[in-house]
Write a protein that binds this ligand. Sequence first.
Ligand code: PEP
Ligand code: MG
Length: 580
Amino acid sequence: MLYRGVGIGYGLGLGTVHHLNFLTADPDPAIDPASDIAQEQESAARAFDALIGDYRKQGEQSDKDDVAELCKFYVMFLSSAALRREVSTSIADEHINAASALTRVIGSKRDELAALDNPYLAERASDLDDLARRLSARVLGLEEPDLSALSGPTVIVVDELPPSLMLSRNLSQLVGIVTRRGGRTSHAAILAALRDIPAVFAVADAAELLKEGEEVLIDAAAGTVETELDDEARALALQRKEQKARRSVALQKFIGVPIRSADGVELTVLANAGDLTEVDEVARICPEGIGLFRTEFLYLNRGSAPTEAYLKGVTTRILQSFPRGRVIARTLDVGGDKDVSYLNIAREDNPFLGRRGIRHSLAFDDIFQTSLRAFLAASGQASGRLRLMYPMVTSPAEVTAANEALARARASLDDEDIAYDTKLCVGAMIETPAAAVRVAEFLELCDFVSIGTNDLTQYTLAVDRGNATVAALYSHFDPAVLRLIEGVIRAGRDSGRSADVEMCGEMASDPLALPLLLGLGLRVYSVSTPFVLRTKRLLSLLDTELCAKLARQVMTCATADAVRSLLESAARGMYADWYF
Ligand code: PEP
Ligand code: MG
């Protein structure tokens, strides 16, 4: 049998199924207020301290910067005096035990994150789930699963993968992961990819379909889990595993190397980043730079807005990590249902169509000014490398208004004799149909534009990108979406500015989409870090003339399915061994 889900990484994993279950529920949360409050508060404090100790040790022992950074983030979160106070208050005021208070308090922070419409940020919620679960396990005296004690090649099956499991030092017997929930951009997924453990997430009913002890084959690139294997399938799997291992070594040679298409056209691949814990790994894999830095991450998990000094410090540190590359900081993309308590975001009936992205920044000038002054001041330290990009614009007037705000920020820095890059490049995201159809006007106003296919698909097709009920209607291969993308790329070409049209939505890393995008004339691709080297390699195998012919054919297709199957057969011919 073959089951499908969302593949994480590229590898194959052959092993036996082991189900992991986590006990978190506490049957009786009530405590006796007269005698137990202090004891429970003490127990919560001990759990915090013990976990801080664990993460410190794991961070120090790790040879991977990302793991060390992630551990630092956990230590910082767990050390928050405000958080610890909230847990103590919850125990005292609600008369509940430590495990329940920890679950409730961290759970409410988790819910805030999970409600965000940005899948990348929403998936940070699973980090908080994991912390709450581990703290509760401590106070309840429950054992945590130990993956270093697996007895043979094992594929774990779990409801949702806690990132902490991926921090274990010895994962030599873990050959695959299957989950029922979770997405491509969760920390757990990023860590699994970093540790090269093939995973397939979001396999519905994984717990029932896969039996304890049965042999399964995970194919992360295809996003499949296969059961009932015969000798032939097993031998083929081993052979493909060896081939893939050789290729992943071969990919390393693309690090930091400029690329061209097979017929010599210069191309650029940059990385998307949102989380500070990632920056060192992004800089290692993609020293060319960051094509989308989702700065909203700097505003989450806090009680008040970040200061100018903090934003400047973070931006400077990121720029320092890319001494040869550029960094595109997208200004705050909150609003709608990304509810950050101190940012004055009112409840709205249709939050995706509400005060999102640039609309929020234009409505709250003080928050916008703080960030613009910080970005400008950071740009002064390294001329020409920082760029700014406005999210979710729908009219050129919004860019003009945002540029006016930027001019005011410049003037205020002039008054204080603070240096900044006077030629700072400014761009707009093309992620609404309105922006796509008026792209020529945006190009007049901006140094560059970047196509955000995640939102462009959602807004063009009127399909909520986070709503599973209508997920089948959401496709960046829909002919309507493709026509908008074609128009945006053409506008760049017609004005002799192809290099100023970038793409930073997930489509830019889709192996099936690459021949089409190259054929349409896209030259700059910004993709999640795990896909940077693969994207470079695939683009370097393609011929722009052949791809242009393919693109013309694709543009005559009437449905997303027809587009996909045409692109599938094209990819089979162009780089079959890489994708299939
Ligand atoms: C997009 O919409 O394509 C995009 C890159 O931005 P985000 O996913 O952060 O909305
Ligand atoms: Mg977007």
